[in-house]
Ligand binder design. Structure first.
Ligand code: PLP
Length: 397
């Protein structure tokens, strides 16, 4: 049989999706499964976006421009303006989700064997995008004890080699929920400028910040114009994960020119989804106010309830809708599988994401899980109760 590539063999499995067959089996056995493992919000998509697709007047569902429709990009620039980020439509490439923006960014700035430094735990697919691009991830560990704050900048400096091309952060963070402060962004700015590196910030959760703290984008940082690349997406902002629309944003003209070649090779981002996403920009502020209120309520319940469970340690997130919890277990992979295969509490169980897949340092995060608080208050309370009951009876293998 012809052989598949080394790259293909090395592509990591998604730590979030690999337990799906066990969840399906649990479901077949008649158990009710509460899904805490995946960042698919249960929040309704703004009707204005859905209606735009219903009433469009297209005769032909044609390709759009490779960089996305100009009208849409002009409106996106206005969205950024409202968020005190000064960019024009020429600094934006519309992509098929933030996922494609990440691939374009990696492809535009890194060659095979180049290195990218990423604070871990990080969004697990960064591993996949790095493998697909032939790039090596160099992790710098952030700790639950520090709430996953930016590791000391000296730790980054120690890892810089002639192959280092970029630092990648996720702000606010998936899976940590940590929101980097202006001071932390300034520390990163000084190091990327000193070593002439790119700073990529995945800001797909920009709106999801709590406790009166505001988000500071790397695009707001003076002097970073040629270094900063922002990854963005409509998936979470408007609960439009299925639209598959994101953006790559940079003031660096060479980056945009190069990313555009990748965009041209795949022809165009989805046309109908751009119509929906353009309309979504008109979503009233009250929608976001309600969504944030809901997430703050959920976060507070989740943290309060988790902290009551003996042996559980949790970092309080102030952004996104995830948290990392440390459990009194040796291997959360085994525990997560056991929850689905062998455990139920009054015929209910939960699906969680083992956190080791969010680290690239082997062996780290093995006693942690990521919880996405994308369930309503009642379901969330039941889900944490199930976790507490499960930990009472679980025995490490
Ligand atoms: C941190 C982060 N970046 C990027 C993405 C990719 O999102 P999408 O391709 O749906 O825009 C996700 C999705 O969960 C994410 O959590």
């Amino acid at each position: 049989m012809p052989k598949i590539s080394r790259k293909g063999i090395n592509m990591p499995e998604s730590p979030i999706r690999k337990l799906v067959p066990y969840a399906e089996e649990a479901h077949k056995q008649g158990k009710i499964v509460y899904y805490l493992n995946i960042g698919q919000p249960d929040i309704k998509t703004p009707t204005i976006a859905l209606d735009a697709v219903k009433v469009h007047s297209l005769d032909i569902l044609a390709y759009s421009r490779s960089e996305g429709s100009e009208d849409y990009r002009r409106k996106i620039a206005k969205y950024y303006e409202r968020n005190s980020i000064h960019v024009t439509h020429n600094d934006i490439i519309v992509t098929t989700g933030g996922s494609e923006a990440l691939l374009f960014a990696f492809g535009s700035i890194m060659d095979e064997d180049d290195e990218i430094i990423i604070p871990e735990p990080f969004y697990a697919n960064y591993n996949g995008f790095s493998t697909a691009s032939g790039v090596n991830v160099v992790p710098v560990i952030s700790k639950i004890e520090d709430n996953f704050a930016l590791p000391p900048i000296e730790e980054f400096e120690k890892l810089i080699t002639p192959k280092t091309k970029a630092i990648l952060i996720c702000n606010p963070g998936n899976p940590t929920g940590y929101l980097y402060s202006k001071e932390e962004i300034k520390k990163l700015t000084s190091i990327v400028k000193k070593h002439d590196l790119f700073l990529i910030a995945d800001e797909v959760y920009r709106e999801f910040v709590y406790d009166g703290i505001s988000h500071y984008s790397i695009l707001q940082e003076p002097g970073l114009e040629n270094h900063a690349i922002v990854i963005d997406s409509v998936s979470k902002r408007y609960s439009m994960c299925g639209a598959r629309i994101g953006y790559l944003v940079s003031k660096n003209k060479e980056v945009i020119k190069t990313a555009l070649k990748f965009a041209q090779a795949r022809l165009s981002p989805p046309t109908l989804a751009q119509i929906a996403s353009e309309a979504a920009l008109e979503t009233p502020q009250s929608y976001f106010d309600d969504v944030i209120e809901e997430y703050v309520k959920r976060r507070n319940i989740l943290i309060e309830e988790l902290e009551k469970i003996p042996g559980v340690k949790v970092a309080k997130p102030n952004g996104a809708f995830y948290c990392i919890a440390e459990l009194p277990v040796k291997n959360s992979d085994d525990f997560a599988r056991w929850l689905l295969e062998s455990f139920d509490y009054e015929n209910n169980t939960i699906m969680v994401a083992p956190a080791a897949g969010f680290y690239s340092t082997p062996g780290v995060g093995k006693n942690q899980i990521r919880i996405a608080y994308v369930l309503n208050e009642e379901s969330l309370r039941i889900a944490v109760k199930i976790l507490a009951e499960a930990l009472k009876v679980y025995k490490d293998q």
